[in-house]
Write a protein that binds this ligand. Structure first.
Ligand code: NAP
Length: 315
């Protein structure tokens, strides 16, 4: 009998693969994880290769790949996989540049493959509840503020790539807030101004403040900071004519004027389970799901931003 599960491989085994991809793939029931390609890391019981070329050369049974290495090193693997006719899932951010991902989307169309640019935070337990509220005809959004702050030493220990060009610095977590914001708001936003704070010894910002413009009078801003000692803050506050809606804990909790709103119960893997469900549906329908909006906003913040130098960052 033919195996109806997608024969999946992972490229770039690291923190997010172990924390989220592996349990979510296992719980999905739609995939057989048949191989990995990673220079140093392996997963017990799964065939391991050093790179994607060696893996696909040896394993014609592989139908889809999840690319989980840092964004600067993803394009050539994605291009190779799509050229070989495989379906491709890209961790966030989908690439180091906007144009490379547009080119991958074109290649996926040409080769009749599925390309999926994931934005895991959009699948937070409270995000769709917030979106429904904001899309009500009687709700008018007056302003929105993203506050995305965490301790870089706690969340990104030893991740040298994140400080290098293309690693996005504080926008690596910050883009999660922007992915939710652009999913929630009914109108498009674009960068009006940005202040980017670069440690003298790093190629990526440690903090940033961004103001956005909209076609309406709605004021939108975002503050990203990695220099936090205490608890992280991953919140979006939306001031509306019906009260202040606060989406907190990275999209897991919701309140209106301080009163909690009930949201669906998610497992700790809820966001990535939703991602793998969506990927399975996209593969079945041969339909790409490509949204570059959060990456474009970050790219525009780099284009337009004033750069300020701050003290060296020493881990
Ligand atoms: P990571 O653990 O630092 O890196 C993942 C793996 O990529 C590494 O174990 C390494 O495996 C490979 N890699 C690292 N540098 C490389 C290079 N120069 N060339 C080729 N491969 C390299 O990173 P991560 O935290 O898993 O994050 C990976 C991606 O997931 C990022 O885009 C990040 O934004 C996203 N993400 C992370 C989290 C999180 O909580 N960490 C959450 C959501 C999304 P080998 O050495 O074995 O090749």
């Amino acid at each position: 009998m033919e195996n109806s599960k997608v024969q999946l491989a992972i490229v770039g085994v690291g923190k997010i693969v172990r924390d989220q991809h592996l349990p979510s793939i296992e719980r999905s029931g739609c995939y057989d994880l048949v191989a990995t390609a990673s220079r140093n890391e392996t997963i017990d019981g799964v065939d391991a290769y050093k790179d994607i070329q060696a893996m696909l050369g040896d394993r014609p049974d592989i139908e889809a790949v999840s690319l989980c290495m840092p964004p600067q090193y993803r394009y050539s693997a994605a291009h190779y996989a799509l050229s070989e006719g495989l379906d491709v899932l890209l961790e966030k951010p989908p690439g180091a540049t906007v144009c490379e991902v547009e080119q991958l989307a074109e290649l996926a169309r040409t080769n009749d493959c599925c390309l999926y640019t994931t934005w895991h935070s959009r699948h937070g337990a409270a995000v769709d509840v917030a979106r429904e509220f904001l899309r009500r005809a009687d709700v008018e959004i007056q302003s929105a503020e993203v506050h995305w702050k965490e301790d870089v030493r706690k969340w990104h220990p030893g991740q040298e790539w994140i400080w290098q060009a293309g690693g996005l610095g504080v926008f690596d977590p910050g883009i999660n807030g922007l992915s939710i914001l652009t999913y929630l708001l009914p109108q498009r936003i674009f960068v009006e101004s940005a202040q980017l704070h670069f440690p003298l010894n790093k190629a990526a910002p440690i903090a940033a403040n961004v103001s956005f413009r909209t076609a309406s009078k709605c004021k939108v801003s975002a503050e990203f900071d990695w220099r936090i000692d205490g608890d992280e803050q991953w919140d979006i506050e939306l001031m509306t004519n019906k009260g202040t809606l606060c989406l907190s804990s990275g999209g897991a909790q919701l309140s209106l004027d301080g009163q909690p709103i009930e949201v669906p119960v998610h497992s700790p893997y809820g966001e990535y389970e939703a991602i793998y469900d969506k990927f399975a549906r996209a593969i079945a329908n041969k339909e790409s799901a490509v949204d570059l909006t959060p990456l474009k906003l970050v790219a525009d913040a780099f284009l337009l931003g004033n750069r300020h130098h701050v003290e060296d960052f020493v881990e």
